[in-house]
Design a protein around this ligand. Structure first.
Ligand SMILES: Cc1cc2nc3c(=O)[nH]c(=O)nc-3n(C[C@H](O)[C@H](O)[C@H](O)COP(=O)(O)OP(=O)(O)OC[C@H]3O[C@@H](n4cnc5c(N)ncnc54)[C@H](O)[C@@H]3O)c2cc1C
Ligand code: SF4
Length: 653
C-alpha cells in the first residue's frame, strides 16, 4: 500500500459530494495517506462509519456467496481468530462476526488487514499460476487503483459491493421463493459439472427431482432469455440433475449434523414442513415431524397424481431429509401446537396446509356422482376404486381441476370436459398441464359457470351452466366474469368433480391459534410467528392454496426465525431477500441469435391417457448442457463487462 500518493481520476476533490469525499478520504487513509493529508480524526471516524455501512452488505455477501472469492481472502486472512474459527468450527458466520468485532475495535487495522489479505490472496494465486477469473481481475484493479486513482477505485469497489450483495442478482434467483441460486447451477450444468450443480440445489432444498417435475417455475417467467426467444428451461434442468444422479446409482448419503440440544417440532410432512425441518436439521437441531397421514409429502402425495410425480422420486427425496436426522412420526394428528412447547420442544412449526375442497353450494351438490377434487384425488392416489362412468364434467381452472380431469381419463372415463368461468389464459393451472390436458382430448368449456347439478333419483345426470363474458377487472386484476342473460345450456354427465379451490375446514382449526378473516393461520409477515410465542407457521395454511416452491420457501424462512428465537435473538429483524437493480437486466440483446429452448421428450399422446406412467420423459446430459448454455448470465452486467456470448465462470455467479 506504499507508493503513489497523489490523487488522480476524472473528478477533482471539490466536485465530490460530502459522503463520497469522506469515503475517498477513508480509502486514502487506508492507502497510507493519513499523515500527509492530516485528515482530522473525526473525519476519519465518520468515514469509517460510512465504510462500515458499505461493508455490512459485503459481509452479507460473504454469507450469501461463501464459496466465492471472499472466502479466499478469509482463508488467507492474517486475523488468527478468523482463520481459527473457519478451521476449527467451519462456521463462517462466526468468522464474519469476528471480522465485524475486529472492525469495531480497530476499524483502520481491520480494513488494512482486509485489503492486505486481498492483495496476498491475489499474489498467492498468481504465484500458484492460477487462471484469473473476471472477479479476481476486477479486484486486482480495485487494489491497484486505491493509491493512484482513488476515485476510480471507489467506484469499482462499490461495483464489487453491489455484485456481492443481493443487489444485482439475476431475476431467476430473485423470483425463486426458495432462493435457488439458479444462474450458478445453470452455469455448472452447462459445464457438465452435474454433481456440483445438484449439490448447489440441495444446499437450498432437498426436492430437485420433485420440483424439477411440478414446480410452476416462477424463475422461467422472469428469465431474461425469454426476451430474446424463450426462457431457459430451468425446471427441466433441475429434474435432469436429480435423475442423472439416480441413474448413475451414486446417490450421495448425507451425514447428519445434529449438534444442538433444543428440539423443534414440525406439524405436517408437506413441502412447507419438510423444507423447514431440512434447514433446521442442517443447522444442528433435532427435529420431529408429526404427520396425521400414514405417508409423507402432503399434497405432493395426496394431490398431485403419479403420472406427474412418480412416488419413488418423492419417497427418495423425503428419505434424504430423514438421513439428515429428521424424525417423522406418522398417524399423529396434533390439535394444539402450543402443547408441544410443554413437551420438551423449544419451538414449533405448523405446516398443515389447506387441503379441504371448497363446496360449490349449488342445487344438486349432494347427489350421488358428485366428487370433490381433493377427496377424489386422495382416493385415486391411495388406489381406491371410484365409479365415475363415461362422461365426467370437472368444474374449476386450477391444478386440481386439470389433474382431476386427466385422472378421470386414466380411470376409465372417455368424455371429460372442464368447465371454467373465465378464459383459458386466466386459468391458474400450470400452462404445461393445460396443454397436456388438451393433447389428451379434454374438452375445455370456458366462459361457462355452473348453476345447477342435474339429477334423477338422487344420481347425477348432468350440469346446467350459463355462458359468461368478461367485464371490468376485479381485485385480483383479472377481468370479472359476468353471466350472459338467457344463455343457459346443459352438459350430460355421469359424474361431476368440483375443483374450485381449497381452504381449511373450521373443524380443523387449532384452538390456540388465531385465524384471519379468510380462515388462514394469522402470522407476523416478517417472522411467521403466530399469536403464540415460539409457534411459527407457513405454507398453504398461511397463504391459502399456493405452490410447492412457495411452501418450501415459507418453511425455510420459518427455520431462520426459529433459529433466531431459540438463540434468544429478535425474530422481527428483516430476513434478507434477493433484489434486482435495473442494471441486472441490461442485456445486450442485439448480439443474440435465436435459439429455441429444448423440447421435453414425452410419452406418445395416443394411449398415455390410459396409464399412470410418467408423461414427461426428461432431458439427457447433452440436451441439458446445451439448454443451459442458452443462459445469458444477465446479472453480470453490473461488472461492466460484455456478457452476451461470453462464458462466465460459475464460481462468479
Ligand atoms: C391436485 C393438486 C395439484 C397441484 N399441483 C401443483 C403443481 O403442479 N405445482 C405446484 O407448485 N403446486 C401444486 N399444487 C399446490 C401444492 O401442492 C401446495 O401448494 C403445497 O403442497 C402446499 O404445501 P404445504 O406443506 O403448505 O401443505 P400440504 O402439502 O397440504 O401438507 C400439509 C401436511 O400437513 C398434514 N397435516 C394437516 N393437519 C395436520 C395435523 N393437525 N396434524 C398433523 N399433520 C397434519 C397433512 O396431512 C399434510 O401432509 C397442487 C395442489 C393440488 C391440490
Ligand atoms: S438468462 Fe440465465 S441468469 Fe438470466 S434469468 Fe435466465 S437463467 Fe437466469
Amino acid at each position: 500500500m506504499e507508493g503513489g500518493r497523489k490523487m488522480s481520476g476524472s473528478a477533482t476533490p471539490k466536485e465530490l459530494s460530502p459522503k463520497r469525499r469522506r469515503m475517498m478520504d477513508m480509502i486514502l487513509a487506508i492507502g497510507g495517506m493519513k499523515e500527509e493529508q492530516a485528515i482530522p480524526l473525526n473525519k476519519v471516524n465518520e468515514a469509517i462509519g460510512d465504510l462500515k455501512k458499505e461493508l455490512s452488505p459485503l459481509v452479507d455477501g460473504i454469507v450469501s456467496f461463501p464459496d466465492s472469492y471472499f472466502t479466499k481472502f478469509l482463508s488467507t486472512a492474517k486475523n488468527a481468530e478468523i482463520v481459527a474459527e473457519i478451521k476449527d468450527n467451519g462456521v463462517l458466520k462466526d468468522a464474519i462476526s469476528n471480522l465485524e468485532k475486529a472492525i469495531e475495535i480497530s476499524p483502520t487495522d481491520a480494513l488494512q488487514n482486509l485489503l492486505k489479505s486481498l492483495t496476498d490472496t491475489l499474489t498467492a494465486s498468481e504465484a500458484a499460476g492460477k487462471e484469473k477469473d473476471v472477479f479476481t481481475e476486477k479486484l486486482q484493479e480495485v487494489i491497484s487503483k486505491i493509491e493512484t486513482e482513488p476515485e476510480t477505485a471507489l467506484y469499482l469497489l462499490q461495483q464489487n459491493l453491489a455484485i456481492t450483495t443481493r443487489y444485482g442478482q439475476p431475476p431467476c434467483h430473485v423470483e425463486c421463493p426458495a432462493g435457488v441460486r439458479t444462474q450458478r447451477f445453470v452455469n455448472l450444468t452447462r459445464d457438465r459439472r452435474f454433481d456440483e450443480a445438484l449439490q448447489l440445489m440441495r444446499d437450498t432444498y432437498p426436492f430437485a427431482g420433485t420440483l424439477g417435475r411440478v414446480c410452476n417455475a416462477p424463475c422461467e417467467s422472469r428469465c431474461q432469455r425469454g426476451l430474446i426467444d424463450q426462457p431457459v428451461s430451468i425446471r427441466n434442468l433441475h429434474r435432469f440433475l436429480a435423475d442423472n444422479e439416480r441413474s448413475s446409482g451414486k446417490i450421495k448419503q448425507p451425514t447428519p449434523s445434529i449438534n444442538k440440544d433444543e428440539k423443534v417440532a414440525v406439524i405436517g410432512a408437506g413441502p412447507a414442513g419438510i423444507g423447514c425441518a431440512y434447514d433446521l436439521a442442517r443447522m444442528g437441531y433435532p427435529v420431529t415431524i408429526f404427520e396425521s397421514k400414514p405417508k409423507n409429502g402432503g399434497l405432493l402425495r395426496y394431490g398431485i397424481p403419479s403420472y406427474r410425480l412418480p412416488r419413488d422420486i418423492l419417497d427418495e427425496e423425503i428419505s434424504y431429509v430423514q438421513q439428515h436426522g429428521v424424525e417423522i412420526l406418522n398417524d399423529q394428528r396434533i390439535t394444539k401446537p402450543s402443547e408441544l412447547l410443554t413437551k420438551g420442544f423449544s419451538a414449533v412449526f405448523v405446516g398443515t396446509g389447506a387441503s379441504s375442497s371448497l363446496k360449490l353450494r349449488i342445487e344438486g351438490e349432494d347427489a350421488k356422482g358428485v366428487f370433490h377434487a381433493l377427496e377424489f384425488l386422495d382416493d385415486i392416489n391411495l388406489g381406491k376404486s371410484t365409479e365415475l362412468g363415461k362422461r365426467v364434467a370437472v368444474i374449476g381452472g386450477g391444478n386440481a381441476a386439470i389433474d382431476s380431469a386427466r385422472v378421470s381419463l386414466r380411470t376409465g372415463a372417455s368424455e371429460v370436459s372442464i368447465v371454467y368461468r373465465r378464459s383459458k389464459s386466466e386459468m391458474p393451472a400450470n400452462e404445461m398441464e393445460i396443454e397436456d390436458a388438451e393433447h389428451e382430448g379434454i374438452d375445455f368449456k370456458i366462459l361457462s359457470s355452473p348453476v345447477k347439478i342435474l339429477e334423477t333419483g338422487g344420481k347425477v345426470t348432468g350440469l346446467r351452466c350459463i355462458k359468461m363474458e368478461l367485464g371490468e377487472p376485479d381485485a385480483s386484476g383479472r377481468r370479472r366474469p359476468v353471466p350472459v342473460p338467457d344463455s343457459e345450456f346443459d352438459i350430460e354427465a355421469d359424474s361431476i368433480v368440483v375443483a374450485i379451490g381449497q381452504g381449511i375446514e373450521a373443524d380443523d382449526y387449532f384452538s390456540d391459534l388465531e385465524y384471519t378473516e379468510w380462515g388462514l393461520i394469522q402470522t407476523d409477515k416478517q417472522s411467521l410467528q403466530t399469536n403464540v410465542q415460539g409457534v411459527f407457521a407457513g405454507g398453504d395454511a398461511v397463504s391459502g392454496p399456493a405452490t410447492v416452491v412457495k411452501a418450501v420457501g415459507a418453511g425455510k424462512k420459518a427455520a431462520i426465525s426459529i433459529d433466531r428465537y431459540i438463540r434468544g435473538e429478535s425474530v422481527s429483524q428483516e430476513i434478507s431477500t434477493p433484489r434486482i437493480i435495473s442494471a441486472t437486466i441490461d442485456v445486450d440483446r442485439a448480439q443474440a441469435t435465436e435459439e429455441r429452448r429444448a423440447a421435453m421428450p414425452m410419452l406418445e399422446a395416443e394411449g398415455r391417457a390410459t396409464t399412470f406412467d410418467e408423461v414427461e420423459l426428461g432431458f439427457d446430459a447433452k440436451i441439458s448442457a446445451t439448454e443451459a448454455s442458452r443462459c445469458i448470465n444477465c446479472s453480470i452486467s453490473n461488472m461492466d463487462i460484455t456478457v452476451y456470448g461470453g462464458r462466465i465462470d460459475p464460481e462468479a455467479t
